[in-house]
Design a protein around this ligand. Structure first.
Ligand code: ADP
Ligand code: MG
Length: 426
């Protein structure tokens, strides 16, 4: 059933101009009269409406949830409440990270609509990486985003009552979580009507993935962790399509999948999208080796992301540690301090292992599941695309089943290089 709500109506450019004209802060930002505003619907995402509104003084972006999945239509209902969770997560991320999210100007719960800062001339990171653009600040910025949003919403920083209040606040975002549970952790490993892959080239891989007991156990362990480990507030969809940036400025958008879940899921999303882009470059270079330099930038940045994140997360923990986990009273003397520091390192090692597993799950779903990445989809030559995808699949299978083979981010980057070198046919 498509949800209806008193007072809700999907906006069009005409209704939106009148609506925004009634919000003094937004009208002042745009300047002039509503009749002179230029409004275009630009949503290229899968789920929602996004309008870009420009007036003589400035612009805003307006995002509105629809009661169904935009990409599929009314046959796939999805609750309007996702705007509530997106707004709540965006507010929390803004509080914790400052300028790493778009500023919120206005929120309308009834219309499921957020008016926010227009990011310009920012582009979606995935598109920039396909074009071979380097982003020298990205590792610094995304590691800050992850460290601060994950640390400060965890039991390491929060008292148990505050943490449980956050779990309660996000517990209703079940429909969006269910999309992840099905599309990432289940469907690629079974016959599912929505699955697709580069066919016939990868037919044998798809069959093998559905028949691999080790893999199905490994992905189910990850699914259990996703379902049960309320470690911190996750963005929930932290891929390179949820980042808008320029070489000088990074913003994270679109946290409608936010909930309290396992930290490795967010970290894994970033790592997975870097690895997928790395493997896709063979499909984008104009001559063999043309993207060698860019490929190395991708892997160097991937390594920095984890190294910086680990250092920042640990520094926050050492300097704060105000949560109810690891009570200070148990670790007061020098011996206690040293044991606690060992445990912090062990905690980050476990988080890395989770990250490798979740990254693998995210890579597989982009090749065998419903939603694909333009990094790979835009490779027109299907044989070439299949080779790039086969390399990513082979690496992701081993990451999921044997995470111990990837004890460090350096080892993971080296494995990506090795897989590209050694896998010469799909
Ligand atoms: P969905 O949830 O439907 O995937 P997104 O939040 O990802 O929607 O937004 C869809 C597209 O709209 C983005 O890919 C981007 O091109 C554009 N967009 C979203 N927010 C902004 C913004 N604040 N400024 C400029 N463009 C934006
Ligand atoms: Mg979205």
């Amino acid at each position: 059933m498509i949800e209806t709500r008193e007072g809700y109506a999907p906006q069009s450019p005409a209704t939106l101009a009148a609506y925004l004209g009634g919000i003094p802060r937004v009208a002042a930002l745009l300047g002039g009269a509503p009749s002179g505003w230029n409004i275009a619907e630009v949503g290229d995402g899968n789920l929602n409406l996004v309008f870009i509104v420009k007036g003589p003084a400035g612009g805003v972006a307006v995002k509105q949830a629809l009661p169904y999945v935009r990409l599929v239509g009314e046959s796939w209902p999805l609750p309007l409440s996702r705007a509530h969770y997106e707004h709540m997560a965006l507010s929390e991320q803004a509080r914790l990270t400052g300028r790493l999210t778009p500023e919120i100007y206005h929120y309308d719960e009834t219309l499921a609509l957020i008016v926010m800062e227009l990011l310009e001339p920012h582009i979606i990171m995935r598109r920039g990486m396909i074009a071979g653009i380097e982003y020298p600040k990205f590792a610094e910025d995304i590691s800050t985003f992850m460290a601060r949003t994950l640390y400060f919403t965890s039991d390491l920083a929060l008292t148990a009552d505050k943490k449980k209040a956050m779990i309660a606040a996000f517990a209703g975002n079940t429909a969006l979580c269910k999309i992840t549970e099905d599309l990432i952790f289940t469907d690629p490993y079974r016959v599912a009507p929505l699955n697709r892959w580069t066919s016939p080239q990868l037919d044998a891989y798809a069959a093998e993935w559905r028949d691999d007991g080790d893999l199905k156990v490994a992905v189910s362990r990850l699914k259990l962790k996703f379902l049960s480990s309320a470690e911190a507030m996750l963005h929930g969809d932290l891929h390179t399509g949820s980042i808008m940036l320029t070489p000088a400025d990074t913003r994270v958008i679109d946290p409608e999948f936010a909930f309290m879940g396992p930290m490795g899921f967010d970290a894994g999303a970033v790592i997975a999208n870097f690895l997928l882009n790395y493997f896709s470059q063979d499909g984008h270079e104009k001559e063999p080796g043309g993207r060698d330099g860019y490929r190395e930038w991708v892997l160097a940045t991937l390594q920095q992301i984890w190294v910086f994140f680990r250092a920042k997360f640990l520094a926050l923990w050492r300097g704060d540690g105000m949560g109810d986990a690891y009570p200070a009273a148990l670790f007061e003397d020098a011996e206690g301090q040293s044991r606690l520091e060992q445990e912090r390192q062990a905690y980050m090692d476990r988080l890395w292992t989770d990250t490798v597993g979740f990254a693998a799950a995210k890579m597989t779903r982009r090749i065998l599941g419903l939603a694909h990445n333009i990094d790979l989809e835009w490779i027109e030559d299907k044989d070439r695309r299949a080779l790039c995808e086969a390399r990513a699949l082979i690496l992701s299978r081993d990451m999921m089943v044997n995470p111990g083979n990837y004890a460090s981010v350096e080892a993971l980057a080296e494995a990506a290089r090795r897989t590209r070198r050694n896998v010469l046919n799909y």
